[in-house]
Structure formats: structure tokens, C-alpha cells
Ligand binder design. Structure first.
Ligand SMILES: Nc1ncnc2c1ncn2[C@@H]1O[C@H](COP(=O)(O)OP(=O)(O)OP(=O)(O)O)[C@@H](O)[C@H]1O
Length: 446
């Protein structure tokens, strides 16, 4: 028997619906919308019946959250407060149907059956807007998300630019989710995190015996992506030799596995990202101009967090909500703490803020987190300018904190001097590229 989950906080309505659907569905219920959403997804329940007004969270939010987390089942909204505009809004957000009370058993049963049939025949869930997945109130970001939404529905290649932690991968995933390829794979590869010698086989796969250690045939990311989306992160890091191989795939869609002679075709949509100024790399001859133009059909530049101070409190609250336990109230930063957070430079951008919230949530046993509870380097952050190298580190810090602070400033500055080019920055620092990359990422996230 098909399972159905009723999400509502009034026991009388739950038992009314339960009674009407007895023998038709295996009914289960959740009086907490948050728990209901989790159950619908984790238990893969095919039908969700929700109401509009609940204390913990409204029904429209339930629909929005279910769809933004990839729930593909049928959602029917039942309410006594229905009006045309709420119905339209529910449908726009992804509800399959909308039924107004008082309920009549026969009508409810037939409408649910019709809604389930419609869900089965719909190949693509209703499109929502990218803005709902990505928290922002910054006008520049909102304009960028509108453009991303338009581009998502085309097959154009997209180049996402932005400093580390600004949300490039999140945006790439949202673009995939709002594209016609949503039911196909989304495959990501970070070109900076993989050794140059292995990157080619990661991308294109290899045949058995292609090189020492290639014990069996392995398919690469292009093949895994199929007709889905391939996200090439840190594209600016690939060598000139690999750039020409990539160019060939982008030009005519053809490639070979390493050590193979069977011509393969790629039909994946390419979304690439970089935290470098690729144009400068093209001018300096480090990045092929023809590849740059092939990738840069639509370009989306994510602003750093320090340029969108209005988003700091919005994102902080969003993360506090995410990290809170079911029973507790979400924590928050005090006004003074928020003022300082808005002044801070955020070299690791949103990832750094997310980690700060996660840590504050665990370590600070107060509901409101004060300025004094923030890490020293944030409390003492002067302004949103370049952090000076800081050789006059306060002796108030212990050695380990002072060392971390120095390293963070060093990596931040050297990356800025290299225009965000990890390979160049690693050379300037005299470090191996992948080691430099891993260390920079770790430091700038905290
Ligand atoms: N606008 C946003 N709303 C909510 N969460 C966000 C937003 N932007 C980024 N995040 C979160 O911040 C973290 C970093 O984002 P993401 O990994 O997409 O950044 P990135 O630019 O790809 O980083 P890198 O260049 O280091 O790979 C993720 O956990 C992501 O979910």
C-alpha cells in the first residue's frame, strides 16, 4: 500500500484525514514540520499532505524546503484558509495540488490519486528559483542569481568566478538543479586538489595497463557525468598540456581514455569555476585564450563576503538554524558581535562564517553570543582592508594562536599578491602546489 505522511500540528485534523484515507494509504503523521520534512526525504514517502498554518513553520515553507532538498514525491496542501493567491504560490513552490476544507472523503481520495498520477508522469519537478537555495539580500547577488536562473535553462557553458568560500560550488549545484539535466548526474572535480600527473586520468579515465598502477579500466569524470553537469572547480590550475586536451573535448566533444584508442563522446554540460583572474593568466600566457573563451560563455562573479555586509547576519542566522538541535532554539550573535563581524575581512568568506557559527554553536553555552566570545583574531580585526603581515603579534596570544594568525595573514596576502593564483602563490611560498592548496584552504576556512 502506498505510504502517505500528514504534516500538521493539530491532532484533530490528522485523525480526520487518517479516517478518510483508511484502507487507501498507509498513513503516518508528523506534528513537527521539521521532522516531517526529514522523514519524507529519508523514508522516501511518496505522498506528503501538509497544511498551511502551523506554529513551527508554515506549509509554504514545508513545500519550499522539501523541493529545495530534492524531494520528488507528491505534495498536496490542505487548508481551510485557502485563497487563489496562496494556491498559486503553493503550486509555484512545487505543490502538486491544493485542496480546500471542509474535506469530503470521496473528493480527497480522487484528488490524491490524480495528484500521484501527475507526479509520476512529470519528468521534472516544478522549477523554483535559485534565490531560494542561496541566502542573500545583497542587490548585486540577487541580480547575479537572476542571471544564473536564466542561464540554468540553457546548455551554455558557465564560468563562475569568486574568491575561495564565496559559494561557487553551491551555485554550480543550484544551476544543475534548475536545469533540464536535474535528473542526470552532477559530477564535481577540484583540479587544484589532484596531482597534475593524475588529473588527466581522473578527467578522461584510463584503460587497464595505461600506466604503472592502472590495474583495471577506470571511467573518468566526463564519462560519469554522462548528459548531466560536469563541474570543473579551480580550472585555472590546470597545466597548458591538459588545457589543450580539455579544449579538444569542448570543441568537438571527443576524447580518449588515457591509454585508450576508442573515441568517446561527451555530452555533459560544463560549469567551471576559478578564484583567479583568468583574463590575466590568459594575458601572461598561462591559460589558453581559446579555452578561456570556450568556457566563458556566461560568466558569473560572486562578490566576496566583505563586500556584502548585509548578508553577514542573514547567513549567520541561516547557519545557526542549520546547526541547532531539534529541541533547542537557534542561537544568535549579539548586536555588538554582529557589528564586529561586519567589519571583519572574511578571507575565507562564507565557509569561514559557517565554521565560526558551527564552532560557536558547540563551544559557547549561551543563547546569545557576545563580542567577547568571538575568536581573538576577529575581535581584534581592524577594518576590511588588507590584513598587515602582523609581525608585531600581540604577546597576549599564546604561541600556537600567534602562529596560526601569522600563517593566515601570510597565506591571505600571498594569494592576494598572486591574484588568487594558487600555482603562482605556491611557487612564491616555495611550497608544493597541492600542499599549499590544502593548507590555504584549511587556514582560510577558520
Ligand atoms: N549564499 C549562501 N547561502 C548559504 N550557504 C552558502 C552560501 N554561499 C556559500 N555557502 C556555504 O559556504 C560553504 C562554501 O561554499 P562553496 O564550497 O560553494 O564555496 P567555493 O567558492 O566553491 O569555495 P572554494 O573556492 O574554496 O572551492 C558551503 O558550505 C556552502 O554551502
Amino acid at each position: 500500500m502506498q505510504r502517505a505522511l500528514i504534516i500538521d500540528d493539530t491532532p484533530s485534523l490528522i485523525s480526520e484525514i487518517r479516517h478518510m484515507l483508511k484502507g487507501e494509504y498507509a498513513i503516518t503523521s508528523a506534528r513537527s514540520p521539521i521532522r516531517g520534512i526529514r522523514r519524507a526525504i529519508s523514508e522516501e514517502i511518496g505522498l506528503v499532505i501538509t497544511t498551511l498554518k502551523m506554529r513551527e513553520m508554515g506549509g509554504l515553507d514545508v513545500i519550499r524546503r522539501l523541493r529545495s532538498r530534492g524531494y520528488q514525491g507528491c505534495i498536496v496542501m490542505v487548508t481551510a484558509f485557502g485563497d487563489a493567491s496562496t494556491a498559486q504560490e503553493a503550486i509555484r513552490l512545487g505543490a502538486t495540488d491544493y485542496i480546500t476544507r471542509p474535506l469530503v472523503a470521496a473528493e480527497l481520495i480522487s484528488r490524491l490519486a490524480r495528484a500521484l498520477k501527475k507526479t509520476d508522469s512529470d519528468s521534472i519537478p516544478p522549477l523554483q528559483s535559485i534565490e531560494e537555495d542561496i541566502c542573500t539580500q545583497d542587490p548585486e547577488m540577487i541580480a547575479l542569481l537572476e542571471l544564473a536562473h536564466l542561464a540554468a535553462n540553457t546548455d551554455s557553458r558557465i564560468l563562475i568566478l569568486g574568491e575561495t568560500g564565496t559559494g561557487k560550488e553551491l551555485l554550480a549545484k543550484a544551476i544543475h538543479r534548475y536545469s533540464q539535466r536535474v535528473k542526470k548526474p552532477f559530477i564535481a572535480i577540484n583540479c587544484a586538489a589532484i596531482q597534475e600527473s593524475l588529473l588527466e586520468s581522473e578527467l578522461f579515465g584510463h584503460e587497464q595497463g595505461a600506466f604503472t598502477g592502472a590495474l583495471s579500466r577506470r571511467i573518468g569524470r566526463f564519462e560519469q557525468a554522462g548528459t548531466g553537469t560536469l563541474f570543473l572547480d579551480e580550472i585555472g590550475e590546470i597545466s597548458l598540456a591538459l588545457q589543450s586536451k580539455l579544449l579538444r573535448v569542448l570543441q568537438d566533444g571527443e576524447y580518449y581514455r588515457v591509454g585508450g584508442n576508442q573515441k568517446l563522446k561527451s555530452r555533459a554540460r560544463i560549469v567551471a569555476a576559478t578564484n583567479q583572474t583568468l583574463r590575466q593568466r590568459v594575458e601572461s600566457g598561462d591559460f589558453r585564450a581559446d579555452l578561456f573563451y570556450r568556457l566563458n560563455v556566461v560568466s558569473l562573479k560572486l562578490p566576496p563576503l566583505r563586500q556584502r555586509p548585509g548578508d553577514v547576519s542573514l547567513l549567520a542566522n541561516f547557519f545557526f538554524q542549520r546547526f541547532k538541535s531539534d529541541s533547542s532554539l537557534a542561537k544568535r550573535f549579539s548586536e555588538r558581535a554582529l557589528e564586529q563581524l561586519k567589519r571583519y575581512n572574511w578571507p575565507g568568506n562564507i565557509r569561514e562564517l559557517e565554521h565560526l557559527v558551527e564552532r560557536s554553536n558547540i563551544l559557547i553555552r549561551k543563547h546569545v553570543i557576545e563580542l567577547e566570545d568571538l575568536p581573538q583574531h576577529i575581535q581584534q580585526a581592524p577594518q576590511k582592508t588588507n590584513v598587515p603581515l602582523g609581525l608585531n603579534v600581540e604577546t597576549a596570544l599564546n604561541f600556537s594562536d600567534a602562529k596560526t594568525r601569522f600563517e593566515k595573514t601570510y597565506f591571505n596576502n600571498i594569494l592576494e599578491q598572486s591574484g588568487g593564483n594558487y600555482a603562482l602563490a605556491a611557487r612564491m611560498a616555495g611550497m608544493e602546489r597541492t600542499v599549499f592548496y590544502r593548507k590555504a584552504k584549511k587556514l582560510l576556512a577558520n
